[in-house]
Design a binder for this molecule. Structure first.
Ligand SMILES: Cc1cc2nc3c(=O)[nH]c(=O)nc-3n(C[C@H](O)[C@H](O)[C@H](O)COP(=O)(O)O)c2cc1C
Length: 448
């Protein structure tokens, strides 16, 4: 039997706030609605469903960072990535009723929630959507997120992942505590559920003491699709063990292929198939009738993104205050400074070009948080995507918008037909659940 043809998978990337990776998004002239208007999310979801996307995804952060210069004024004044966010979980529950096939993914943190929060919310979403839900598992980023939950500091990096591993073990014990056929609901006999098919959970570990079972029947797919986006060695190991979809940001095909090869290798070390997760790399398209028009669109967009907002987001993401350093400072000098935390130096080393200043890095962060910006005609961008995909650099793409909902509307109108023409993208949905869209087994092998 011949191998099924590999097809590009697509996700739309959103934050339910003023800014996504583009810090110009909320003020861009083509953004038509504020982030508080529910119609924005309906328009985005229905556009992506028309474009046969696998899923729409919402990132999340839990507090307003005060990293930059120890304050929040700049973030609030200009609208940083952290300045305001709606909770995406109610939003996707709302979108469940406005869509029929589109997968719906949401970030939730293992550091500040309990397994039962996740299990209850995402099992409910699984029922509401008939199997279209996904959970992006993160460990959160900074002290502000810790403080709003009553902790003086954010937990240390590797310890967060140790907690996350145990969190997943508990969550899966709860998800598995009901057999799929435990709910009987036989009106004639009066039998509601079969207690023999519902098992008690008693988990006592380093981070969690949890007794179960869960208090609802499992959804049609048993548990949400598990997404992850770790980039450190520890984060990648976690993703290799648990994830069914992985987000990544890479500047070049070579960098992306090395990442994908590494994750596939590590999955095997956990006894999983190398292709047990779909690796989606982020891009921000600017589409024009000509390449020159697209480049002008990109440049106009980037001129609206303030470098100091990029520095605010970088400070928030790395939990480190870049405020004391002048924008003219070369980042290689910071990367060599032993007074800076190792993780910050490592990020600067792997991020900057030679001679790049902090201000230039801030401009890149404000424009796209280093998500590659692709400017061209629909055919040109589709050809670039095809080249990445066919080189084994990714299994698909997560599309980050520069303005809303236009970036997605244009993508669906101009790029989707080109990808279909190349034979690399579906022409209709053939499945109902998100796992079916992603071409993954109905029950993931991830959670042993
Ligand atoms: C595309 C993408 C989306 C992400 N979404 C979130 C998010 O919603 N919330 C969050 O706290 N972290 C998010 N992250 C951060 C990752 O979870 C992770 O912490 C980061 O890549 C650093 O890797 P590490 O945790 O292995 O050090 C995202 C990362 C990427 C690349």
């Amino acid at each position: 039997m011949s191998e099924p043809k590999r097809e590009i998978h697509l996700a739309g990337f959103m934050i339910a706030g003023p800014v996504v990776h583009s810090h110009a998004l909320w003020r861009h002239p083509l953004t038509t609605r504020p982030f508080t208007d529910p119609r924005l999310y309906v328009e985005v979801a229905q556009t992506l469903e028309n474009g046969l996307f696998d899923f729409l995804f919402f990132a999340d952060r839990l507090g307003v960072s005060s990293q930059l210069n120890g304050g929040r004024d700049l973030s609030f004044r200009y609208g940083a990535q952290d300045a305001a966010r709606l909770d995406p979980l109610p939003i996707v529950s709302f979108l469940a009723a406005a869509t029929t096939r589109l997968g719906l993914g949401v970030t939730r943190s293992t550091t500040y929630y309990q397994p039962n929060h996740i299990v209850r919310s995402f099992t409910t979403l699984d029922h509401l959507t008939a199997g279209r839900g996904a959970w992006n598992v993160v460990t959160s980023m900074n002290d502000s997120e810790g403080r709003i939950f009553g902790h003086a500091q954010h937990m240390e990096h590797d310890q967060r992942y140790d907690r996350a591993d145990e969190f997943m073990e508990v969550a899966f014990k709860l998800w598995r505590s009901w057999d799929p056929d435990a709910l009987v609901q036989d009106k004639a006999t009066g039998i509601f559920a079969d207690p023999a098919r519902i098992r008690s959970v008693a988990h006592h570990g380093a981070f969690f003491d949890v007794e179960g079972p869960m208090n609802m029947p499992p959804g049609p797919t048993g548990h949400p699709v598990i997404i992850q986006a770790g980039s450190s060695g520890r984060g990648r190991r976690f993703g290799a063990r648990w994830a069914e979809a992985i987000f990544t940001i890479n500047r070049t095909i070579e960098e992306a292929r090395a990442f994908r090869d590494d994750v596939r290798r590590q999955a095997v070390a956990y006894g999983r198939a190398p292709d047990s997760s779909r690796i989606l790399t982020a891009i921000m398209p600017f589409i024009g009738r000509t390449e020159a028009e697209a480049i002008a669109k990109r440049d106009e967009h980037n001129a609206l993104a303030r470098p100091e907002l990029g520095i605010a987001t970088l400070s928030s993401q790395l939990n480190f205050d870049f405020g004391p350093f002048a924008l003219e400072t070369e980042i290689s000098r910071l990367a060599d400074d032993p007074a800076l935390p190792d993780a910050v130096r490592e990020k600067l080393r792997t991020t900057g070009e030679p001679g790049m200043t902090l201000g230039a890095l801030g401009q890149i962060w404000a424009s796209s948080v280093r998500v590659p910006q692709l400017a061209g005609t629909g055919a040109q961008i589709a050809a670039t995507m095809a080249a990445w995909f066919e080189a084994g650099a990714c299994d698909g793409f997560v599309i980050s918008p520069a303005y809303l909902p236009g970036s997605f509307t244009e993508f669906v109108a101009e790029i989707v037909p080109e990808l279909q023409h190349l034979g690399l993208y579906r022409t209709r949905y053939t499945g109902q659940t998100l796992r079916e869209h992603l071409g993954l087994p109905a029950v993931a092998a991830a959670q042993r």
